[in-house]
Ligand binder design. Sequence first.
Ligand SMILES: [Zn+2]
Length: 112
Amino acid sequence: MSECVFCKIVAGELPSRNVYEDDELLAFHDIYPLAAVHLLIIPKTHIVSLAECTTKHQDLLGRMLLLAPRLAQTHGLESGFRTAINTGRGGGQTVFHLHINMFGGGERPAQG
Ligand SMILES: [Zn+2]
């Protein structure tokens, strides 16, 4: 029903290598990794981008951010990692469902 790739992943209609899931959040490996470890943290509910968020999303956003260091611990990124939230076409966003990119373990050149 939804054309959103991430909503399809949440619904189990597309495969994903999940690393974390709870009632509100899902985290999985990016299918086109830009680093040795490239994880995506998304809300299960469809939110287009950070620009659509309001104060009602602040708990959800906090939970998304706090998940990153927890995932780092279980993915060999204890020495550190980089997070990026791309917002809008001008911000390099390519999937219009809010997500935190989490990079670590050495970056790879962008593919094609
Ligand atoms: Zn979506």
